[in-house]
Design a binder for this molecule. Structure first.
Ligand code: NDP
Length: 462
């Protein structure tokens, strides 16, 4: 029997969404696979991101549903909310799911090392707790990212998204800094759970990079949820006081609060990973440089997921991990297509978006763009008295009117955009949308009955 040159065919650093998918698929192909994870298997998504966040969103939604049920004849006196019940239930589920991730790897024959791993050279990793070294023919880096905070005085008093899920008690007042995904989502969650929330953003419109009208709608969503949104201010100092914290801003204003959540972005976790020693190049952002096959500057080392800072979403990391397996272990070079990825922001109600924004469409195609929008109060909100509305926008290009962007804000937008994403990926046209018979009475039916924005007198053009 020939002796194996390396300990493993594949060593995966990081058991998050991308790493687990790749490790499992390689093991199923009969490869000898090692995986290292310094935290709980499952990664950001399962342990301190998408999954626990979505449970908190559901938690907040129940509060609103109870309140709004009065219009449907329900009595809702003596309602109360206990943060510790929700927090502990979520953690129980997180632990269960994390266990499933370990089992998936181990059942398929991968060896899971529950410790940090760092690169020693292009074929060697050191396991940092045991001190052991392991060699591998191919290495996959899938270590993800972590919250980044600006270096301001008193920053140690702030929490980041990782900490939110373990808060010992629900803050009466919360200051959320940032205008991105995480800031908008947690501001919505805590406002929904009864916390007085102020969201402070350095720009003038939330959700930088999204369609301009979506950004305006989300601004309205936050206000309707009782969030005090403050624009064009950046924090300069956080001071601890007897009664909480005082945060100073660059315009001279100060905000008192019980909890400061810094949601100011995430960065790839590439520090001290030994990338230099292994000959793996990183960009100035810290992201690992990869080609379309997720191969790094070191030919036997690949990287997938947030550590590459391409499109930082769980399903993308999973697809990149699967494409890596096709390329390296199935002799089928596969580049995951990063265009037209549908995604959602779980504000309350949420945003669903796929394809290009109107601004981007006009930059690319000039006047060869047609925009369809509508805004309406969904049926459910009429009896409940909820002020929330639905906004829909479809963007097409050319004479053929191929649909190149759909943007939704309102109930069920996250669910709808998954379906619409198929149509965009299939390059369907507005005529295809129009030929599709409506499902009545639904919110979604409006997507197949949209009129050009110019004809829709109720819509404000931005
Ligand atoms: P984002 O990049 O979306 O938002 C960061 C926010 O912080 C921006 O509003 C940014 O302002 C602001 N900011 C940055 N630096 C400073 C500073 N020095 N002072 C004040 N404000 C600052 O990052 P998130 O952390 O919200 O999310 C990270 C990524 O995680 C997302 O891009 C997304 O890919 C993923 N994610 C996806 C989710 C989903 O799919 N639902 C949910 C959560 C995260 P500016 O806009 O001016 O740059």
């Amino acid at each position: 029997m020939s002796k194996r040159k390396y300990d493993y065919d594949l060593f995966v650093i990081g058991a998050g969404s991308g790493g687990v998918r790749a490790g499992r698929l390689a093991a199923q192909l009969g490869k000898c696979v090692g995986v290292a994870e310094e935290s709980l298997p499952g990664g950001t998504c399962v342990v301190r991101g998408c999954v626990p966040k979505k449970f908190l969103v559901y938690g907040a939604d129940f509060g609103e549903a109870i309140e709004k049920a009065k219009g449907y004849g329900w009595s809702t006196e003596n309602v109360s909310f206990d943060w510790t019940v929700l927090r502990d239930s979520v953690q129980k589920e997180v632990n269960r799911l994390s266990g499933i991730y370990s089992t998936i790897l181990e059942k398929n024959g991968a060896e899971l090392h529950r410790e940090r791993a760092e690169l020693v050279d292009a074929h060697t990793v050191r396991l940092c707790t045991s001190g052991e070294t392991k060699t591998a023919e191919t290495i996959l880096i899938a270590v993800g990212g972590s919250p980044w905070t600006p270096d301001i005085k008193g920053i140690e008093h702030a929490i980041v998204s990782d900490d939110v899920f373990l808060l010992p008690e629900q803050p009466k007042r919360m200051l959320v800094i940032g205008g991105g995904y995480i800031a908008c989502e947690f501001a919505g969650v805590f406002a929904g759970l009864g916390t007085d929330v102020i969201q402070a953003y350095r720009g003038g419109r939330l959700l930088n990079g999204f369609d301009a009208e979506v950004r305006d709608e989300v601004g309205q969503v936050q206000i309707r949820n009782g969030i005090d949104t403050r624009f064009n201010i950046s924090p300069t100092e956080i001071r601890k006081t007897d009664g909480g914290y005082i945060v100073s801003f660059n315009d001279g204003s100060k905000i008192g609060t019980d909890c400061v959540l810094m949601a100011t972005g995430r960065r790839p976790k590439t520090d001290t990973l030994g990338l230099d020693a292994a000959g793996v190049d990183v960009e100035s952002s810290g992201a690992i440089t990869v080609d379309e096959f997720s191969r790094t500057s070191q030919p036997n080392i690949y990287a997938v997921g947030d550590v590459t800072n391409r499109v930082n979403l769980t399903p993308v990391a999973i697809r990149e991990g699967a494409a890596f397996i096709e390329t390296v272990f199935k002799d089928n070079p596969t580049a995951f297509d990063h265009d037209d990825i549908a995604s959602a922001v779980f504000t309350r109600p949420p945003v669903g978006t796929c394809g290009v924004s109107e601004g981007e469409a006009r930059r690319r195609y000039g006047d060869d763009v047609t925009v369809y929008t509508t805004q309406f109060r969904p049926m459910k909100n009429v009896l409940s008295g909820s002020e929330h509305r639905c906004f829909m926008k479809v963007i097409t290009k050319g004479k053929q009117e191929t649909v190149i962007g759909v943007h939704l804000v309102g109930d069920d937008s996250a669910e709808m955009i998954q379906m619409v994403g198929i149509a965009i990926k299939a390059k369907l046209t507005k005529a295809d949308f129009d030929a599709t018979c409506a499902v009545h009475p639904t919110i979604a039916e409006e997507i197949v009955t949209l009129k050009p924005r110019e004809l829709n007198k109720t819509t404000v053009v931005t």
